[in-house]
Design a protein around this ligand. Structure first.
Ligand code: GLC
Length: 447
């Protein structure tokens, strides 16, 4: 194991060196040549071990592009990358320019708010790098805190489209699980206009295998949804009446609640006692809403809720296991989610979708393959509820997978073969974190 560790550690560090673009990290040089929101958070968690200054820089670059309403864009564009090298690029989004975004440009949609969790992790590791790093960490945390609070405010207020205390995503890309079967029902109600793809050419297929990627039909709907959100200036007021897609995702909302718990820790360090307790209350409220709105007793797991129809989507996806991250999840739900996870439908490491589903697809992105970031979140959930053996098995399983196959974007759920981009930043970054093995999150349940 020792050799494996050294090799994996060094190769991960190399990936993160190659993908560093001066003031931010790209997820992958060819396929994703800009900065992505939740990628930056996972990346910072790993960078904290080798270069905390870069971890903070990456988070700062992202939050410098935050909108006045608090939303943190899902992509911040790098002006050094040509428009033709990525679709949909800055010209397509037509986001009004101001502040730092005048120079960099961004999209108008969001991704799961992993950043408070990352900021707290990076902060906790900084002390190991000496007094200067600790000082830097304190300054960066102070800078980030109000911005993280504004991000949460935006999601819990403006995006509370279903009025039940959860954030809705208004585009599948906002989930980070782009083409997950969780959105199939809701997406079927979104008009698909294939002529859009004649006007806006996909660029992903030039640099990756079409069999792995979302279909043209999916893609035309993705483009159409951006066009309608864009037409309203990305305003959320009354959006539910004019937008064809609004869904409450269990993974997104579990991250939202966990972010409140991380903010409680951060507020505590900054001496903001009243705020810390307000963050804990909000985490509890979001947890309660997840339980009330997204639990399906018939499947014994969580499902996405289509806010427009009021129906839970039937697909069993990895997102429905992620409420395991929540410390306040009732014991019977924890047991039920664990049973589902241990069943032939999933197993550790968990695939992105139910292995026994007729449309389980071993190649196609979020419709089957294994991803390191969601498994990392699952491991966190296992630790929160004291499943230490399984957490350790999962850690070893992920390390083995990446060591054998490389720092790929995702992995074949049966053979483990690496798929997608070969030098993918979050896979490398989270490998560092797994190797460093801090197994007990500070907010884990006592006992
Ligand atoms: C894909 C993934 C998303 C990720 C992005 C950049 O769109 O689905 O989760 O953030 O690529 O890596």
């Amino acid at each position: 194991m020792h050799e494996i560790s050294a090799e994996l550690w060094n190769s991960a560090v190399r990936v993160l060196d190659v993908n560093w673009a001066g003031d931010h990290m790209v997820p992958s040089r060819k396929l994703y040549p800009h900065q992505w929101s939740w990628d930056a958070a996972f990346i910072a968690i790993g960078l904290a071990y080798v270069n905390p200054t870069r971890a903070w820089r990456d988070l700062r670059s992202l939050f410098e592009a935050q909108w006045p309403d608090g939303r943190v864009p899902h992509i911040v564009f790098d002006p050094a990358t040509a428009e033709a090298d990525y679709f949909p690029g800055p010209a397509f989004w037509e986001v009004p320019a101001y502040g730092n975004r005048a120079a960099r440009g961004s999209t108008g949609i969001v991704q799961p708010p992993m950043h408070a969790i990352a900021a707290w992790d990076v902060y906790r590791h900084a002390a190991a790098h000496g007094a200067n790093a600790a000082l830097e960490a304190r300054t960066e945390l102070e800078w980030l805190y109000p911005r993280l609070v504004a991000q949460q405010r935006y999601l819990t207020t403006d995006r509370n489209l279903g009025r039940g205390g959860l954030a809705s995503i208004v585009h599948p890309w906002e989930s980070g699980l782009d083409n997950s079967p969780s959105w199939d029902e809701a997406m079927a109600n979104v008009p698909a206009d294939l002529t859009l793809l004649a006007r806006y050419r996909r660029r992903d297929l030039d640099v990756s295998d079409a069999a792995h990627r979302p279909t043209d039909m999916d893609y035309s709907r993705y483009v159409g949804l951006v066009l309608t959100y864009r037409a309203g200036g990305y305003a959320d007021d009354g959006l539910i009446d004019r937008h064809a897609f609004a869904v409450e995702c269990p993974a997104f909302n579990s991250i939202l609640a966990s972010a409140e718990l991380a903010l409680a820790q951060i507020a505590g360090v900054l001496g903001l006692t009243a705020e810390a307790s307000a963050h804990r209350d909000r985490a509890h409220q979001i947890t309660t809403a997840i339980i009330k709105r997204l639990w399906n007793p018939a499947t014994g797991m969580f499902h996405a809720l289509d806010v427009r129809t009021g129906k839970l989507t039937p697909a069993r996806c990895v997102s429905g296991l992620l409420p395991l991250m929540l410390p306040d999840l009732p014991a019977e739900m924890v047991e039920s989610v664990m049973a589902e996870m241990r069943s032939p439908r999933f197993g550790l490491p968990v695939p992105s979708y139910d292995r026994t589903a007729p449309d389980f697809d071993t190649m196609r992105y979020w419709r089957g393959p294994l991803w390191i970031n969601v498994n990392w979140l699952i491991r966190r959930g296992l630790l929160v509820h004291g499943f230490r053996d399984e957490a350790e098995d999962l850690r070893a399983g992920m390390i083995r997978l990446v060591h054998r196959n490389g720092h790929f974007e995702y992995f074949h759920p049966v053979t483990g073969e690496g798929l997608g981009a070969p030098t993918f930043s979050w896979t490398a970054a989270l490998s560092l974190d797994l190797l460093a093995d801090r197994s007990v999150p500070a907010y884990a349940k006592a006992g």
